[in-house]
Design a binder for this molecule. Structure first.
Ligand code: FES
Length: 152
């Protein structure tokens, strides 16, 4: 019930935007971690859309996570500047180490691995974010160390 109230609040605050659905979904994900199936009718109601329309958008964009994320979220920048300094190898390393692909959560619920396209830290790539905290020049070894703090 708490979640429904929060979803309604987020949606209502943005319903005046032009093309409000995507920004609302991003805001909900940022605030609550994922877009729950139960959020869909609430958003639809606020925007005067059908639940099917909202559901269609949620499932169309890979950006939106539909399950609860892990306790820690690791985001790896895969945009150009970071790619030029090894982000792809870093991403491959993270996938191997965690045993999940981008957009997935480890089976123990510890870590969600996400890709992101630019963290505004291009001069210090490869850039990653661990639970919202930015780290630059992250080598695979450094990533292991960062993960070691959250996944012993
Ligand atoms: Fe990675 Fe900008 S390209 S932070």
């Amino acid at each position: 019930a708490l979640r429904v109230g929060r979803v309604r609040e987020i949606a209502t605050a943005r319903r005046g935007l032009r093309g409000p659905l995507i920004p609302i979904l991003h805001a909900i994900q940022e605030d609550l971690g994922h877009i729950d199936q139960a959020d869909v009718p609430v958003i639809a109601d606020v925007l005067n859309l059908s639940a099917a329309e909202v559901h269609g958008v949620v499932t169309f964009y890979r950006d939106f996570r539909r399950e609860r994320g892990g306790r820690t979220t690791l985001r790896i920048c895969r945009a150009e500047a970071c790619q030029a300094v090894g982000a792809e190898a870093l991403g491959a390393h993270a996938r191997r180490r965690l045993g999940v692909d981008f957009g997935e959560t480890t089976s123990d619920g510890a870590v969600t691995l996400d890709e992101v396209f630019c963290l505004g830290n291009c001069a210090l790539g490869p850039a990653v974010q661990v639970d919202g905290r930015l780290h630059g020049r992250v080598s695979p070894a450094r990533l292991d160390a960062l993960l070691g703090e959250v996944v012993p």
